[in-house]
Design a protein around this ligand. Structure first.
Ligand SMILES: [Zn+2]
Length: 429
């Protein structure tokens, strides 16, 4: 049975090349459009479009992606900007501002701001969102951490909410304190990860080793803020890659930012990326905040852009995700928890070729964040979570990507279905 909000046959969808099988037919150097069947909220079939096939919706080439991923956000801090007053430029100044604002946080405040983040993400088509949570408590858990745990259950049927402790590396200086932190994080249950802020201002190989020892002991995956700076001496990423191999760490390791790679000599940066590929480590690039925070000084145009080496990473097969990072806080006034918007910024800043056919993978591969074996989305039998871009085409995407219809479990969850999709279906019936 089909009603207007639960189409069982969607024809003429344009899928990105990265999620099509190698044998998928090509016409005029473009992948043939796809016809999808959905039954009981799951994908029943995906086949090359046959001209005479009639669907409930006829997309006429509209781009379709699986449910989107926000791999790296800070929903504990989002939407604090209006109360912060005048801000100083740069990452370290923003950290100071947030430490001060954090003293005023209450359960109701964090819950209201973080809920708004999740609502925005849901409407954008996000199915999984990972947030970092500022954590300065050597003992006990931060107020926001517990609010986020509650939100993970509240939103469980709409967004898989993963939570990473964002802990300054110096708090791992003692092995015993590292164990205590990991134990507190592990008590957060499924979806909790151990994280640390790794920067040349707090650098210590011993502390980083303690992070991985403690994570291994408590069965935690690790997600680091790593080398978010333009100092070519920063060695967080290279050391992480070496430690992961040396310790045969069993969890998934994610390193966000890695801006310093862009300032290092070519041979040094490539050697680090080779080690990252072997480790293996998932990288996350955050173009919007890197553009705003790196090489930032009042009254001076930035010369360096701070993006990590996304193309060289992908060329080595490194899983690389692109995400939003901060939204309307001391770090960043931009962003909307729409991964497509983050990718659009990255597409310009990093001159990404083929944003839809290749780089859309960087906002869809939630499996690259966790220790389960990698499995691309849009498989037969998987949940019918789709984002269909009703105003865009695959050539110009993500231009005009704002208009979209989000399906969750085969049912429209956000956006309005263009009348032409159904009319086209009726006229060919
Ligand atoms: Zn971040």
């Amino acid at each position: 049975m089909m009603d207007a909000l639960t189409p069982s046959r969607i024809v003429g969808a344009r899928l990105p090349r990265w999620c099509l099988p190698a044998a998928w037919p090509v016409q005029a150097s473009q992948p043939v459009l796809a016809d999808l069947r959905v039954a009981d909220g799951r994908i029943e079939s995906i086949v090359p479009h046959a001209g005479e096939v009639v669907g409930d919706w006829s997309l006429d080439g509209a781009p379709l992606l699986p449910g989107l991923i926000e791999a790296h956000t800070h929903i504990d801090k989002a939407f604090t900007l209006p109360r912060l007053g005048a801000l100083k430029p740069g990452l370290l100044a923003a950290i100071e501002t947030m430490i001060a604002d954090r003293q005023t946080w209450t359960v109701a405040d964090v819950h209201a701001r973080a809920s708004r983040c999740l609502q925005w993400a849901y409407e954008a088509g996000v199915v999984k969102l990972r947030t970092h949570c500022d954590w300065w408590e050597p003992e006990g858990t931060p107020l926001a951490w517990n609010v986020l745990r509650d939100l993970a259950s509240e939103w469980a049927d709409r967004i898989a909410l993963e939570r990473v402790s964002l802990i300054a590396l110096h708090l791992f200086a003692e092995r015993s304190s590292a164990r205590a932190l990991a134990k507190a994080v592990a008590a957060g249950g499924a979806g909790a990860c151990l994280g640390a802020f790794v920067h040349s201002t707090n650098w210590s190989v011993a502390s980083l080793r303690h992070v991985f020892e403690a994570a291994e002991e408590f069965g935690l995956d690790v997600d680091l803020h790593c080398d978010e700076e333009l100092n070519p001496q920063a060695e967080g990423l290279a050391t992480t890659a070496a430690l992961v191999r040396e310790m045969a760490f069993s969890g998934r390791v994610v390193c966000g930012h890695a801006c310093a790679l862009a300032t290092q000599s070519e041979p040094q940066a490539m050697a680090t990326l080779d080690a990252v590929a072997r480790a293996p480590i998932t990288m996350v690039s955050l173009p919007t905040t890197n553009l705003l925070l790196q090489d930032a000084q009042t009254g001076r145009t930035p010369r360096q852009r701070g993006l990590t080496l996304v193309k060289e990473a992908r060329a080595r097969g490194i899983p690389l995700l692109i995400s939003t990072d901060n939204v309307q806080d001391a770090f960043c006034r931009a962003g909307s928890f729409d991964p497509v918007e983050a990718l659009a910024v990255g597409a310009l800043a990093a001159q990404l070729e083929h944003p839809f056919d290749e780089w859309s993978e960087s906002i869809c591969r939630g499996d690259w964040l966790t220790r389960a074996p990698d499995a691309p989305p849009l498989r037969i039998g998987s949940t019918a979570d789709f984002v269909i871009f009703s105003g865009a085409d695959a050539h110009g995407w993500p231009t005009r990507a704002q208009s979209r219809v989000v399906l969750r479990g085969g049912r429209v969850a956000a956006g309005s279905v263009p009348a032409t999709w159904q009319q086209a279906a009726e006229t060919t019936r």
